[in-house]
Design a protein around this ligand. Structure first.
Ligand code: SF4
Length: 445
């Protein structure tokens, strides 16, 4: 395969031609006040593809001194064009322009963004009605917060730029009573997702979620066996939770609707890893669309013996079985990377783009790039959107990701899409609980 630089050099005249044509179109669109001309311009797509291809194949992430001038010029021109198109009166064109600007900025590893995020996370509370032993909530002694609808609504202008809005976090989303009003604020094109433990899912709530247009409901169900569920969740509520799911599906069908679709969230550990195939069968039987499995993170000494990091061969076998069964039964199974694969970071995606794509509005008034990054990156309450989206914390995170200076949260990322499954530190959150060998390896990294 030719090196990216070589293929770029070969194609430079073509790139220059594309730049020239794109400039001409941009001028014409501006002069005639018709930005939609550009969305039909094949030239622009070709230029975009070429710049993105170059950035994708570049070994060191992002634009830097080694980037050839035509790529830089192409990048600048595309950014200006998409910014211009973002003002188009047609909201579809404007929305698409922001999404494409965001894609360019993340591939170029830009620190201060001009694109809006494409996803927003809202942690409405860190309070939970359960104390599941495998969750950080079990020993949580910190303050509890609830966001008000007014707090959230201050950033409503950002909602129209989103593809997805996630309503969850460290607490139980259904503890707040303004979910109907919150769903009413979300534009119809945005995929709204609520994550719940399901124990507060009454029939009335199910009807409300369907009627208010929720797109995805994710329910935490870690076992298909009632006794095991009780042990893992601390409450004997599996039958109730499953009844609610059946009712929601039935009600949705009675309305002739396809949404919300349903997901099982599963925290996998030694106790329940053999249950993975049974959970797939249960999902198929109920009509649940997908299962997302993550390895349990170890916060406490009592959980250490439950980590699948110490039972890798069995974990791999059960994840394989779950995926194969999912294919047979028509349930999507998103299982974490296998230990035997030796896959490092980004087993599922080429790399983590969370700090470009999403901002979490935490219930303590701070921002984060994801659930697994507890250090706050700035305040969002009462702060202008661009000031917290480009806060010093966020720009530093974008600059340092995949460098020697990256945060230890990223280095030991536990997100199943980006984690390095081979690292004990990605499974054992509390450094004091890691093996001496692993601690020495951490110190040497
Ligand atoms: S902790 Fe993981 S998911 Fe979060 S920003 Fe860092 S690498 Fe990405």
């Amino acid at each position: 395969m030719p090196s990216p630089l070589r293929s770029l050099k070969d194609s430079t005249p073509v790139l220059k031609g594309l730049l020239f044509n794109a400039c001409r179109l941009l001028r014409k669109a501006r002069a005639e006040g018709r930005p939609e001309i550009l969305t039909r311009a094949r030239t622009l797509y070709a230029l975009e593809r070429r710049v993105l291809d170059y950035l994708d194949r570049k070994q060191v992430w992002g634009l830097d001194d080694s980037t050839p001038a035509p790529v830089r010029e192409g990048f600048d021109l595309l950014c200006e064009t998409f910014l211009h198109l973002r003002d188009a009166p047609d909201r579809g064109i404007a929305h698409g322009a922001n999404r494409r600007l965001n894609a360019l900025e993340k591939k170029a590893k830009i620190e201060r963004l001009r694109s809006y995020p494409v996803r927003l996370g809202i942690e409405i509370t860190n309070q939970c009605n359960l104390r599941c032993p495998m969750c950080g909530q079990a020993g949580e002694k910190g303050p509890r917060f609830f966001l008000s609808l007014d707090d959230i609504a201050t950033h409503e202008p950002v909602f129209e730029w989103l593809d997805e809005m996630h309503i969850y976090g460290y607490g139980e989303a259904l503890l707040v009573d303004y979910i109907p009003e919150l769903l009413a604020l979300i534009p119809p094109h945005v995929r709204s997702v609520i994550v719940t433990n399901g124990t507060l899912l009454t029939r009335e709530t199910c009807r409300m979620l369907v009627d208010r247009g929720l797109k995805t409901l994710t329910v935490s169900v870690d076992a298909a066996d009632r006794a095991l569920y009780r042990e893992l969740r601390g409450v004997d509520k599996l039958d109730e939770v499953l009844d609610s799911i059946r009712y929601l599906i039935e009600y949705r069908r009675s309305k002739g609707l396809a949404f919300p679709d349903l997901t099982f969230n599963v925290v996998a550990m030694k106790k329940n890893v053999d249950e993975m195939p049974a959970l797939v069968r249960l999902a198929a039987e109920l009509g649940v669309d997908r299962i997302c499995i993550a390895y349990m993170m170890v916060f406490y000494e009592s959980l250490r013996g439950e980590s699948l990091f110490y039972d890798q061969e069995r974990a791999d076998r059960r994840m394989d079985e779950a995926e194969a069964l999912g294919r047979d039964l028509g349930v999507q199974v998103f299982a974490p990377p296998r230990f035997r694969s030796g896959t490092g970071r980004a087993a599922h995606f080429d790399r983590c783009y969370e700090p470009w794509e999403i901002v979490w509005l935490r219930c303590d008034g701070k921002t984060s790039p994801c659930c697994g990054f507890p250090d706050p990156l700035g305040a969002w309450r009462g702060v202008d959107f661009w000031n917290f989206w480009n806060s010093p914390g966020f720009t530093r995170l974008r600059r340092t990701l995949e460098t020697d200076q990256e945060s230890h949260w990223c280095r030991d990322c536990a997100n199943p899409y980006y984690m390095d499954v081979r690292l004990e530190s990605s499974h054992i959150t509390n450094p004091a609980l890691r093996t001496i060998a692993s601690r020495e390896a951490d110190a040497a990294r």
